[in-house]
Design a protein around this ligand. Structure first.
Ligand code: NAD
Ligand code: UD1
Length: 337
């Protein structure tokens, strides 16, 4: 049995990953400052897995309180989800984003070194590819970012690349997530955005349930199949399983590895709207609005590398992603509140 520290484990992707890890017999320890999550998540994880994971309210930016967790536990690996993630907010509050995302990671790596923990999975993002010159996107494409949030991801990737060069015992996986949506099929955990959602799927589910009147489709003049933006949506449970597979790889001492985690399929905004209207049995009203600043035409992954090296292949399609997003929304109209 491995003991795994999960920073940000109360959040959307973290909570789903905790469930998959517990289901496979791992011993999990969560730290989270609850800045974007709820204490209720622990009860939900317990309901799904029949096991209550260890949890401490810790801000990873506070070195001393974070260190106590390393003093008290011997970890085999860390998955570092903790971070702020809203692109628009990062433009408004760049210092907050640089400080939170970078300082938490510095502290983590220093503590891993001090306490001889040598396996790290880092939550990166497809945002590090900026506006790609072509699709599908391969891991060796040039990296380029357009906003402070993305810059924190790229800076952390660079830091970890430099660090790993001089620490051969240190294994690190940079996982570049595409667009996670969906929820656990139990309907007990899911994405719970604060206020009006920025991202497409939570916005649509709130339209479907009647909390928001209508979806704004940002642009219908992109160079895509129907003019609306195309993305690689991946079911959050598939993404979570990607972390389990990545840990198995790290235990074999590969040094630094980088994987795209997506499905390899691109769906347009209007295709998602259509699939959601089938899943919900409701009309999803929408209006076409101007493009959102910073958005790109198309973004989808080539996932051959993750398939070949860690056996990763997403098993859920758009239909299941929509079904589970809707099931979560219906069961939790106010999220965890
Ligand atoms: P989330 O906000 O649901 O989860 C992040 C968790 O980290 C939250 O529970 C929050 O309270 C916690 N946290 C933030 N700062 C912290 C700190 N200093 N100390 C302790 N805890 C802290 O986000 P998510 O969607 O689950 O994303 C997880 C990670 O994956 C993030 O790093 C995010 O940038 C990255 N990512 C997410 C997406 C996405 O679409 N959701 C895409 C690409 C990458
Ligand atoms: C966004 C972030 C990205 C982050 C990801 C997951 C930007 C520019 N990028 O990606 O860095 O990793 O979220 O958190 O913010 N759309 C609408 N109407 C809406 C919302 C979205 O039409 O109300 C469209 C967008 O224009 C896009 C697609 O839906 O074409 C997906 O948008 P979204 O879910 O916000 O994800 P990304 O923009 O791909």
């Amino acid at each position: 049995m491995k003991k795994i520290l999960i920073t940000g484990g109360m959040g959307y992707i973290g909570s789903h990953t905790v469930v998959e890890l517990i289901d496979r017999g791992n011993d999990v320890f969560i730290v989270d400052n609850l800045s974007n999550s709820s204490l209720e998540v622990i009860n939900r994880i317990e309901k799904i897995t029949s096991k209550k994971p260890a949890f401490k309210v810790i801000d990873c930016c506070k070195f001393d309180e974070f260190e106590q967790v390393f003093k008290d536990n011997k970890f085999d690996a860390v998955i570092h989800f903790a971070g702020l993630k809203a692109v628009g907010e990062s433009v408004e509050k760049p210092l907050l984003y640089f400080e939170n995302n970078l300082v938490s990671t510095f502290n983590l790596v220093k503590l891993m070194e001090k306490y001889n923990v040598n396996n790290l999975v880092f939550s990166s993002s497809a945002t590090v590819y900026g506006k790609p010159e072509s699709v599908p996107i391969y891991e060796d494409f040039p990296l380029h970012v357009t906003n402070p949030y993305g810059r924190t991801k790229l800076m952390i990737e660079d830091i970890l690349r430099d660090y790993s060069k001089v620490h051969p015992k240190f294994n690190v996986a940079l996982l570049r997530y595409f667009n996670p949506i969906g929820a656990h099929p139990s309907g007990l955990i899911g994405e719970d955005p604060n206020g009006i959602p920025n991202n497409l799927m939570p916005y649509i589910t709130q339209v479907a349930i009647g909390k928001l009147p209508c979806l704004n489709v940002f642009g219908d003049d992109y160079k895509t199949k129907d003019g609306t933006g195309v993305r690689d949506y991946i079911h959050v449970v598939d993404l979570a399983i990607g972390h389990v597979l990545t840990l198995d790889k790290l235990y074999k001492n590969p040094g630094l590895v980088t994987y795209n985690l997506g499905t390899g399929n691109g769906y347009s905004v209007l295709e998602v709207v259509k699939a959601m209207s089938v899943a919900t049995g409701k009309d999803i009203p929408y209006i076409i609005k101007p493009r959102r600043a910073g958005d790109i035409d198309e973004c989808y992954a080539n996932c051959d590398k993750a398939k070949k090296e860690i056996g990763f292949k997403a098993k859920y399609g758009l239909k299941e992603m929509c079904r589970d997003s809707w099931n979560w929304q219906l069961n939790n109209p106010n999220g965890y509140r």
